[in-house]
Design a protein around this ligand. Structure first.
Ligand SMILES: *Cc1c(COP(=O)(O)O)cnc(C)c1O
Length: 356
């Protein structure tokens, strides 16, 4: 039986999108491919509120994160973390020998503009990384306000992980001064996993030119230059994903519409938060709660594996906590094309199973 995915990615993909993945192939150096790429880029620019160059990577979002921090850090990166995915950016820096320092917030607390300002005032850093929406802890960071602070430091690049929020929450890239904004296809976008995309500013590109060792496959300079000049890629992209993405972006922008889409995510988040506060607790501090995934404090000590075993025959699955919060929290996603009615059904099923 199919289980509806209320885990924070991958999530349910609409049948029509899945069908697009079966479109016959074209040459990756053909004119048709260029046209497809240009069409996708235009739509992503609208989705992100940016005029920056859009790059697609045939890797999951982690590929662009690694590419970004490695390709543009000249002096040192200041990595701000509110959970496992923030920490991941630091591990990427360390394993690529990119100089970096990690700044973690207290559990449940966001990265604040004040923290970033204090760290940048030292003059040691030329890159800041922030997780917009931390999937492990359900925290959404004040990226706009952080961007304002970073604008005071003209040499500093702003890298944002928006993997679990872009497409479900409004992230105006140019207004917020984001140099590289990254997302994957399998979360709020509603396309199968295997591709990711990002906006890249001219500043970020210029910075990357000054970095000597950027690797080969994930070299941001090569990918940026080819995307900009030819609307193509150095190596063969996943054309199947591109067909699906092109189709789904059309749906997001013009069938559902961005405002409706963001409102639906916010509404579903409120619903789950209310439910969680009635029966459990919330991990994220008020004012910093994600619109796309809710991290619930497991105050009743329920066994999430057991709950999932009972949800499975009803056609649902949720997620346990991440890393060290595995049993202390559990997570319910409300992202992508998931609709209110299905979410209501999930919560009613959980209430029944747990006798709430
Ligand atoms: C899922 C996720 C990632 C990793 O993305 P992949 O596409 O699995 O590589 C990174 N950051 C956040 C916030 C995520 O939710």
């Amino acid at each position: 039986m199919y289980k509806h995915l209320f885990i924070p990615g991958p999530i349910d993909v609409r049948e029509a999108v899945l069908e697009r993945m079966a479109t016959p192939m074209i040459g990756h150096r053909s004119k048709e491919m260029t046209v497809l790429q240009q069409r996708i880029s235009k739509k992503i620019q609208t989705l992100m509120g940016t005029e920056n160059v859009i790059v697609l990577y045939t890797s999951s979002g982690s590929g662009i994160m690694e590419s970004a921090i490695r390709s543009v850090t000249r002096k040192k990166a200041a990595v701000f973390s509110v959970g496992a995915f923030g920490d991941r950016w630091y591990e990427m820096a360390v394993t690529n020998r990119v100089p970096a320092d990690l700044f973690q917030s207290e559990p449940g607390e966001p990265t604040t503009p004040e923290m970033v300002d204090e760290v940048l005032a030292t003059g040691e850093y030329d890159v800041v990384t922030v997780t917009h929406n931390e999937t492990s802890s359900g925290i959404v960071n004040p990226v706009g306000a952080i961007g304002e602070v970073i604008k005071k430091y003209p040499d500093v690049l702003f890298l944002v992980d928006a993997v679990s929020s872009l497409g479900g929450d409004w992230i105006p890239v140019d207004e917020w001064g984001i140099d590289i904004c990254i997302t994957s296809t399998q979360k709020c976008i509603g396309v199968p996993p295997g591709m990711s995309f990002a906006s890249v500013s001219e500043r970020a590109y210029q910075a990357a030119l000054q970095v000597e060792y950027r690797g080969f496959y994930l070299d941001l300079v090569k990918i940026y230059e080819m995307a900009k000049a030819k609307a193509q890629y150095p190596s063969t992209p996943s054309l199947s994903h591109m067909y699906a993405l092109d189709y789904q972006l059309e749906y997001i922008l013009h069938t559902e519409g961005l405002e409706n889409r963001f409102a639906r995510h916010a509404r579903m988040a409120k619903k789950v938060q209310k439910w969680a506060l009635r029966h459990f607790g919330l991990f994220a501090k008020e004012g910093y709660r994600s619109n796309t995934v809710t991290c619930v404090q497991n105050t009743r000590g329920i066994d999430v594996a057991d709950l999932n075993a009972k949800l499975a025959p009803l056609g649902f699955v949720i997620s346990d906590g991440y890393g060290k919060y595995k049993s202390k929290t559990f997570r319910i996603s409300h992202m992508g094309d998931t609709q209110d009615l299905l979410l209501d059904e999930l919560l009613a099923n959980i209430d029944n199973i747990l006798g709430l």
